[in-house]
Design a protein around this ligand. Structure first.
Ligand SMILES: [Zn+2]
Length: 121
C-alpha cells in the first residue's frame, strides 16, 4: 500500500488508534487514523487501510466543522433534501457533485462553503 504523506510537512504519516488522539472518546478508540504527530494532523482510516481523505490539522478540522454546521442548516431546514443541498453546493463551488464531500475539502474550500451557505438564508 502507498504511504500516506502529511500534506503540511511532507513526511510519512503513522497509523495509530483513536485512543492516542482522542483519549476521552471511548467510541473512537478502536478506529484507526493516519497521524502526523509533529503537525497534529490526522485523518480517519478505512478498515482496509485506505485513508478517508487527507490529513487535517487543527485549523482545517475547525474549518470543516464550521462548513458542516452551515451546510447542514440548509437541508435540516427542510427547504432542500440532503441530496439537493449537495447538488446546490457543488454548483456553487463549481465542482462535480461526486467530489462534493466536506470531509475531503481543503481549508480554502471549507471557507467557501461557510460563505456560500451563510448567504443561503
Ligand atoms: Zn506533518
Amino acid at each position: 500500500m502507498a504511504d500516506v504523506i502529511c500534506p503540511y510537512c511532507g513526511k510519512k504519516a503513522e497509523l495509530s488508534t483513536g485512543k492516542r488522539i482522542y483519549p476521552h472518546r471511548l467510541d473512537l478508540h478502536k478506529l484507526l487514523f493516519y497521524v502526523c504527530w509533529k503537525c497534529q494532523a490526522w485523518v480517519g482510516c478505512h478498515k482496509s487501510g485506505r485513508p478517508l481523505g487527507r490529513l487535517a490539522d487543527e485549523k482545517l478540522r475547525k474549518a470543516k466543522i464550521a462548513a458542516h454546521d452551515s451546510f447542514d442548516r440548509i437541508w435540516k431546514s427542510g427547504r432542500l433534501t440532503r441530496t439537493e443541498a449537495y447538488k446546490w453546493l457543488a454548483e456553487k463551488l463549481k465542482i462535480p457533485v461526486e467530489e462534493c464531500h466536506i470531509g475531503m475539502f481543503d481549508l480554502d474550500t471549507c471557507q467557501r462553503v461557510t460563505i456560500v451557505c451563510g448567504e443561503n438564508k
